[in-house]
Design a binder for this molecule. Structure first.
Ligand code: IVH
Length: 703
């Protein structure tokens, strides 16, 4: 990137600029010096000036630019932080499709891969080894960066592979993305680079500690924090997350006449070296370029052994044919290149001791056994409790108190008990006795023969009441903004919440006096609770935590009643006459309304101003006969980028379509978001399904 001589020269310049009054003539030098320091800090990991010195130089540059409107280089480091950048994520086409990777799991799979490459490159009988380049498989969000005329001009997410979402403003605040790079040195006028946005594990942990302090939801893993960070509406929020981009591919390089420059660059490793020289963050260590598949296998295994030492979360290694000519010969399928393959690491496992089992009571009375284990570090988090699901799970795995158990994090998110190690038993282990009575209210537990779950059916069980209240205020139910689990628990402990109706009769003056509250937050809470009182009744029905009555059934029932308490008189037939409502829902709703305490709670709610009457939003949607998707069935797959799945489904319904949940010959339209997988393949194989991008869908329904 910089020669020794250049570095010396820039450092001299840096000292000079730090010690004198800056004038217009210094503009280009100042940018050169700051770009160098950014590179030392973010790419080379060896800063050579103090943060304070950097900040002072940076401020001089800001002042200079604000006083001279003609000083406005687009690659000035100030362009990373201008606060008027906004992101609205328009859709853009990638220069080449962004493919995914086929997977391998062991050395034999990689040998098969080598055999296949030899066939494709007509080298079956040759003894010559193939060169492979082995890289870490970063677990983040993929991005494509476009440079033109040595300037960074655009960044986009992967999207559906062909079309991505533009997020240039957010990429500009990522310090490891150079705003300019001397591609012209290599005769390249236009380049598209592929890479992965990631967050260092330490930064991720710091972010979460900070979020915990602020009472914000924690990120499950660095991947979620990174992909979410790319899509923040405010680039300054993106910046806060500490994103970095590792480049793993030069995907397009053309000269001024549009001629392909890639063949001249010869190999992937060479292109990565060039990118490193141009100032990009890449992974390039000496054992990555492997001569023959056996070395590549060793390299993959070494990445796996050392994965914890790597500063970033990785979930595998990627083996790539190094020569561009051989890549060309190998070609690609529609889904993945044939010249590259991912080597997936085994799920992360740990040994620990099962200390005891606690039994949690859910909102509908379900009893869930939770294992308390000796705290153990696993895939970036400390695990101390793990769900054991139900009694059957415990007996199937023959788990005992004091057993040594193997746990793993499936998908690196939820810890899971794989098995107990019987050989490690010493005789002090004892069987796990599932309780016969509710751990909260001592009511006798019941289990129907066709279900795996034990339940407490006491309508006034305290633990259930608390869980119901937590659910009642949540997003899916009454959606009371700012009212979460911790408020419910605080008010409950104070004795202010005995049943659901108390939520609507709180003493806000008393709340304002609580530690950590104050008048402002109490007033805000009052406003949000007052707003929720006007909710449509389908939300209220769903928020009651009636077993088997979910959001969909609540909506269907709300269409048919003028007042919630009408349900006191409903019979099984009334329910089952509604399409898609079966006898089980009927039975549970009827049972709920037969309990006088439940009816009394609803009456108290109404007295406190909660709406119990059918609203316009509850009534069935009237769909015009000329709605664009009338009579069509539709399914959304992959992660949608411009709207939530809920919003997409509502849009489809308003346009006359019916949402269905599986790909079959009944399906008319499949809308594909990011990382669409097996559903897309199945629909393509059927050949009768119309496949739409998210953008095309939006165009269609919005006319
Ligand atoms: S190469 C055409 N290299 O993995 C080549 N991908 O499963 C395709 N990824 O969407 C990608 N680290 O976001 C490549 N060193 C690496 C990678 C990598 C992470 C991601 C990438 C891609 C996904 C494919």
């Amino acid at each position: 990137m910089y020669s020794k001589k250049e570095e010396k020269e820039i450092l001299k310049l840096s000292d000079l600029l730090s010690s004198k009054a800056i004038s217009k003539e210094d503009y280009n030098d100042l940018i050169r010096v700051l770009q160098y320091h950014e590179w030392k800090y973010y790419i080379n990991n060896s800063p050579v000036i103090s943060d304070k010195n950097f900040d002072d130089l940076f401020k001089s540059l800001q002042t200079l630019e604000s006083e001279n409107s003609d000083l406005n280089r687009p690659d000035s480091p100030t362009q990373r932080v201008s606060s008027d950048l906004t992101s609205d994520f328009p859709s853009v086409a990638h220069l080449n499709p962004m493919l995914s990777l086929a997977n391998s799991y062991n050395g034999d799979d990689l040998k098969d891969f080598d055999t296949q490459i030899r066939k494709l490159c007509n080298m079956e009988s040759a003894t010559e080894k193939i060169d492979y380049f082995v890289e870490p498989k970063y677990d983040g969000g993929s991005v494509a960066l476009v440079y033109e005329n040595d300037l960074f001009i655009r960044a986009a997410t992967r999207g559906n592979g062909t079309q991505g979402e533009e997020m240039t403003a957010n990429a500009k605040v990522i310090p490891s993305v150079p705003l300019s790079a001397a591609f012209s040195k290599h005769d390249i006028y236009k380049a598209e680079l592929r890479g992965e946005a990631v967050i260092a594990k330490t930064i991720f942990n710091q972010n979460n500690t900070q979020r915990a302090k602020e009472g914000l939801a924690l990120f499950a893993n660095p991947r979620n924090a990174a992909t979410g960070g790319l899509r923040m509406k405010d680039p300054m929020e993106s910046k806060k997350r500490g994103l970095e981009i590792f480049i793993f591919q030069l995907a397009h390089a053309t000269d001024k006449d549009g001629k392909d420059v890639m063949p001249k660059l010869k190999s992937h490793s060479n292109s990565i070296l060039i990118l490193r020289d141009l100032g990009f963050k890449v992974a390039f260590e000496k054992d990555q370029l492997c001569h023959g598949i056996d070395d590549a296998i060793k390299s993959c295994q070494s990445w796996e052994t050392n994965r914890e030492q790597f500063l970033y979360e990785i979930d595998g290694a990627v083996v790539k044919v190094d020569s561009f000519a051989k890549q060309e010969l190998s070609g690609s399928t529609q889904h993945h290149p044939r010249w590259a393959i991912a080597f997936k690491f085994k799920a992360k496992q740990a040994h620990t001791k099962l200390l005891e089992v606690e039994y949690q009571v859910g909102k509908t009375g379900a009893i869930t056994p939770v294992a308390k284990v000796e705290p153990v570090h696993l895939a970036g988090v400390t695990v101390s409790s793990i769900s054991l699901h139900n009694e059957e799970f415990i007996s199937q795995k023959d788990l005992r108190i004091n057993d040594t158990i193997i746990i793993e994090r499936a998908g690196d998110v939820i810890p899971y008990v794989v098995k107990s190690i019987a050989d490690r038993r010493t005789g002090i282990e004892s069987p796990i006795e599932f309780p016969k009575h509710c751990p909260s209210c001592n009511y006798t537990l019941e289990k129907t023969s066709d279900q795996a779950t034990w339940r407490c059916h006491n309508p006034i069980c305290e633990a259930q009441q608390l869980q119901r209240m937590i659910y009642h205020v949540s997003k899916d139910a009454m959606n009371i903004d700012g009212f979460g689990k911790s408020y419910i628990e605080t008010f409950y402990k104070k004795g202010w919440l005995k049943d659901l109706s108390d939520i609507y009769n709180l003493d806000y003056k008393a709340i304002a006096l609580l530690e950590g509250f104050g008048v402002k937050s109490a007033t805000k809470l009052e406003k949000n609770i007052t707003l929720a009182k006007q909710n449509p009744i389908h939300r209220l029905l769903n928020s009651l935590s009636i077993h088997h009555l979910g959001r969909k059934a609540s909506k269907l029932i709300a269409q048919e009643i003028s007042h919630v308490l009408d349900l006191r008189r409903w019979t099984t037939e009334n329910f089952t006459e509604i399409k898609d409502i079966g006898p089980i829902v009927a039975e549970n709703v009827i049972a709920y309304f037969m309990v006088p305490e439940n009816v009394a709670i609803l009456e108290k709610m109404e007295a406190h101003g909660v709406n119990l009457k059918q609203t316009e939003q509850d009534k069935p949607r009237v769909i015009n006969a000329d709605a664009p998707l009338i009579g069509k069935t539709i399914l959304f797959t992959g992660s949608l980028q411009t709207m939530s799945r809920k919003v997409a489904q509502a849009k489809a319904e308003t346009a006359g379509a019916k949402n269905i949940s599986a790909v079959s010959s009944n399906l008319n339209i499949l809308v594909v978001g990011e990382k669409a997988g097996s559903k897309l393949k199945k629909a393509q194989a059927l050949g009768t399904v119309e496949i739409l991008t998210e953008e095309a869908f939006n165009k269609l329904v919005e006319g």
